[in-house]
Design a protein around this ligand. Structure first.
Ligand SMILES: [Zn+2]
Length: 459
């Protein structure tokens, strides 16, 4: 989104407004106009507003700042058969995300200003705000730094070679030093691949049962430890992407206690699913005890791990050790998953199931709802920097980027309903509770699900 048309007044009434940035959690009315939030008060009578406002009745719904995803694979340019900026942005709107950050592992990779411009131009008509992440190394090859200053001047918000680690420690040191001076985080895909050659899933009893090469948690933790040491050495802003192991969470907790400039993210699937889902029973232990079916939609890096790792990631998210949830939305075409587990691509299509997935631990009491919303708004904005805090609050004058959702609505995931071209999720056919009712960007409704508005059809 580049320019926002001025929007007429829009009054959202009766919703539970949760605005973690301002410590707000209560039933309130919300007035939006001219693309920004005008006010949040217990009661705002429609007849007190000039300009005949549209009214959305949000009784029973939660109203919150729109979600920010700092880890989205949009696949364009180069892999438009997996996803395009348009389809990925539409999926984001359906998922309640109002800002997404495009990862640079495209073809060509986003390692120079021309490709940044191309992506920004393609995103100009997208229904949500699309930010761009630039490569750390030229051509993502891990041999020499990309021109980080050029990328920064072109408007990238972070740097990452995600999909691959920056294997060379000296190069990572240099990247963190430049990142420090440019005020941009380096997002690290932690994987010491010498520890997991050919690894396909978490190393454990399930990988043994399936006869698949394992990926030990140490492959992630060894790289996270290196990067933490380099963050301390350089003072650069290190962001650890998609953490999945209890050991990694413990290291980040210790690093933050020591005041290191580190932030971290966890993905929705690592907060709910375990490696046992690879057996094909969608987590049902009775099914898992029968013949295994090798569900390739569970193949993802980092891999789904043990229940203890899931619990540690949840605890880290709840206590703020983990700053934010990020989707690592990784859409693939069917042929990339309709094959052997060995041949299948890594990745899960996440944008449209994220909220329903995240509401499961909220309903179980592992994380409070305001805390979860904080990790989807304030947390990711903090990773990106001060310029983004205005997208993570409902303070008057901030952009009217909002999500309305029904926290208890039960629905069954059907990939045929996805806006994303990526139908690759092990959650197909699974019932989740928590569904997006509407998404607004700059005061414009970019997605709505009329069935979820209880009174008067919503408007
Ligand atoms: Zn990654």
């Amino acid at each position: 989104m580049t320019t926002l048309p001025l929007t007429p007044p829009l009054l959202i009434t009766g919703g539970r407004v949760i605005d973690p940035a301002n410590g707000i959690d209560g039933v309130s009315d919300l007035l939006l106009a001219d693309g920004v939030v005008k006010g949040v008060r217990r009661s705002i009578p429609a007849d007190s507003i000039d300009g005949n406002p549209r009214v959305i009745r949000a009784d029973g719904l939660v109203a919150a700042p729109g979600f920010i995803d700092i880890h989205t694979h949009l696949r364009e340019p180069g892999f438009e058969y997996k996803e395009t900026i348009a389809t990925g942005a539409a999926a984001a709107a359906r998922g309640g995300f109002t800002t997404i950050c495009a990862m640079p592992n495209t073809e060509p990779p986003i390692d120079n200003a021309a490709v940044v411009d191309y992506v920004m131009n393609r995103a100009a008509t997208a229904p949500v705000r699309v930010q761009v992440i630039g490569c750390v190394t030229r051509n993502r090859a891990g041999r020499e730094l990309a021109d980080l200053e050029e990328l920064s001047a072109a408007g990238v918000v972070a740097f990452s070679d995600d999909g691959d680690p920056v294997r060379d420690s000296a190069l990572m040191r240099l990247a963190l030093t430049y990142g420090r001076d440019l005020g941009a985080p380096i997002s690290s895909h932690c994987q010491d691949d010498s520890l997991c050659p050919g690894g396909l899933m978490a190393e454990g009893w399930v990988s043994s049962r399936l006869g698949l090469p394992g990926i030990p948690a140490a492959a992630e933790e060894a790289m996270a430890a290196r990067d933490l040491a380099l963050a301390e050495l350089t003072g650069g802003r290190l962001h650890l992407a998609h953490l999945s192991s209890a050991g990694s969470v413990a290291m980040v907790r210790q690093a933050k206690d020591r005041g290191l400039p580190v932030t971290a993210e966890v993905c929705p699937h690592h907060l709910l699913l375990t490696d046992a889902w690879a057996l094909g029973g969608k987590g049902n232990p009775a099914v898992a005890a029968g013949p295994a079916s090798y569900d390739t939609d569970t193949k993802v890096y980092p891999p789904l791990r043990s229940a203890a790792d899931v619990a540690a990631c949840l605890a880290g998210l709840a206590d703020g050790t983990i700053d934010c949830v990020a989707t690592d939305h990784a859409p693939h075409e069917p042929a990339s998953k309709e094959c052997t587990y060995h041949d299948a691509a890594f990745g899960i299509s996440v944008l449209e199931t994220a909220l329903g997935t995240l509401m499961t631990p909220v309903h179980r009491g592992a994380v409070s709802l305001p805390a979860m919303i904080d990790r989807l708004t304030v947390g990711p904005a903090r990773v990106l920097g001060a310029a983004f805090t205005r997208y993570a609050s409902l303070s008057p004058g901030t952009p009217a980027d909002l999500v309305l959702f029904d926290p208890g609505a039960a629905w069954t995931v059907d990939v045929n309903q996805f806006a994303s071209l990526g139908r690759n999720t092990p959650l197909h056919g699974v019932e989740l509770r928590g569904r997006v009712a509407a998404t607004l960007v700059g005061g414009n409704v970019v997605f709505e699900e009329p069935a979820l508005f209880r009174s008067g059809g919503g408007r």
